[in-house]
Design a protein around this ligand. Structure first.
Ligand code: LLP
Length: 426
């Protein structure tokens, strides 16, 4: 993140004074720094590409997708994983090339599958037997043969929060390993589908490289069995996303390079050991590409001391724009954007404004003394905040600005009160 503190003690991001941004665009305000976003796209391409040329980087749109981000990804020549007609509509609106789009989801509608077929998406990642049969029929009707991957649950524990673990048996995603043999033989027998490889995604915010290494062992071991049994050829191995970011100073600081090194070296060594040709490698980072680029800016309102124990600093946003602390006990850092160089002397709790006791953004954080009207900046808010935002308490979803080298442009207007009633009928 390109940040500094200016002579007024204000936090400056992407060359823009965050206090001025809030004055101009109001709060709650989300800002994205374009250079950070681009540099993360490049870091993934570089770190994996220099070790394994045949790597495709596909951004997981669910982490945060809007027209501006989609245009930047397109310029950076990054693929896109979409999970709904809605995500595709955003991509399509900026002419994102369909042949760089992967379609995911455990319950794709026939309409979504038809859209993928009609527009010739790069891949459809098939999640279950019903989908396999439906897609085969639809493809036959559409007169095309889509390239598909089968999503397999490799039964590897990613050691992350239970809500974002997807690699263990019992997950709603993918073919369980015990049934994956049948899935491969069925997919190979369906003439209207072209099975090019296997997919897996074991979870999100994975701080260790070991679960990826185990996953590669399982996936390649399975592929090699399928080769012996059915002559299946693994042309592509997609290992999903899950790469971590540092939310707080205490979280592990593992570099993308370390993941690239562990994944690529295991892929090569296992393929050699199993005497398999090297497949192309696909990765689907979401969080690690956008999280650090985004910062939430809130205005402080009421401050309350409770039982001489706790000081609550209430801000004008909260769980409606960032549900992650309430949902996953996610932790964040914060600073006072208009007093960014001051010493942290007070221990406070930053509370959201919504009608739930669980609407706490940060429990127990050290900050300089805060006052009504101050601006609180919460870094690393670029992933899974805006996409999971709601209009809870009939709140207005925040505006978003993109900053770059001293210039700010609004990329999403704040909701208006009219928006709240627009779709309601009497
Ligand atoms: N590929 C697939 C098939 C996925 O399901 C996901 C995320 C990704 C890639 C990207 O994972 P990432 O690199 O962003 O970890 N709302 C949760 C995260 C849910 C992740 C869902 N799937 C959160 O706020 O932590």
């Amino acid at each position: 993140m390109n940040s500094e503190v200016n002579k007024d003690g204000h936090l400056v991001i992407g060359g823009c004074d965050t206090v001025e941004l809030v004055k101009e665009f109001g709060s709650t305000l989300y800002l994205f720094d374009e250079n950070t976003l681009r540099s993360m796209c490049r870091e993934f391409k570089r770190e994996f590409g220099q070790r394994y040329e045949d790597t495709t980087v596909v951004f997981a749109g669910k982490a945060c997708l809007n027209r501006s981000i989609a245009s930047i990804l397109k310029e950076e020549d990054i693929g896109l994983d979409v999970v709904s007609a809605g995500e595709y509509a955003i991509a399509e609106s900026v002419n994102f090339p369909a042949d760089m789009i992967y379609l995911h989801g455990n319950n794709k509608s026939a309409e979504e599958l038809r859209t993928a077929l009609k527009n010739r998406f790069a891949r459809i990642v098939v999640d279950g037997f019903d989908e396999l049969k439906l897609l085969a029929k639809l493809a036959e009707k559409a007169g095309c043969i889509p390239d598909i991957l089968l999503r397999i649950t490799p039964e590897v524990d990613a050691h992350t929060h239970k809500h974002i673990t997807t690699g263990l048996s019992g997950s709603k995603f993918g073919f369980p390993l015990f049934d994956a043999d049948r899935a491969v033989s069925m997919a190979m027998s369906l003439e209207s589908l072209n099975l090019v490889g296997l997919h897996c995604h074991i979870g999100s915010l994975i701080n260790e490289t070991q679960p990826y290494v185990e996953t590669i062992d399982v996936m390649l071991g399975f592929a090699s069995q399928m080769e012996r049994k059915y002559g299946f050829e693994l042309e592509e191995l997609d290992i999903g996303g899950g790469f971590p970011v540092r939310y707080t100073v205490n979280s592990p600081n593992v570099k993308i390079a370390a993941f690239a090194e562990a994944i690529v070296s295991r892929l090569i060594s296992r393929c050699n050991a199993l005497d398999m040709p090297l497949p192309s490698l696909t990765i689907e980072p979401g969080r690690a590409i956008v999280a650090r680029a985004g910062v939430a800016l809130y205005r402080v309102g009421m401050i309350k001391d409770v039982s001489g124990l706790k000081r609550y600093i209430s801000v004008d946003g909260g769980m409606a724009d960032n549900i992650r602390p309430a949902l996953y006990e996610a932790e964040y850092e914060a600073l006072i954007a208009n007093n960014a160089a001051a010493e942290d002397t007070d221990t406070v709790t930053i509370a959201g404004k919504y009608c739930e006791s669980g609407d706490i953004l940060i429990k127990e954080i050290k900050l300089p003394p805060a006052a009504c009207g101050d601006i609180i900046a919460v870094p690393v808010c670029g992933a899974y905040c805006i996409p999971m935002a709601s209009n809870y308490n009939a709140s207005l979803k925040p505006a978003i600005v993109m900053v770059k080298e001293g210039a700010a442009r609004i990329i999403r207007k704040r909701d208006t009160l009219q928006d709240l009633v627009r779709n309601d009928l009497l």
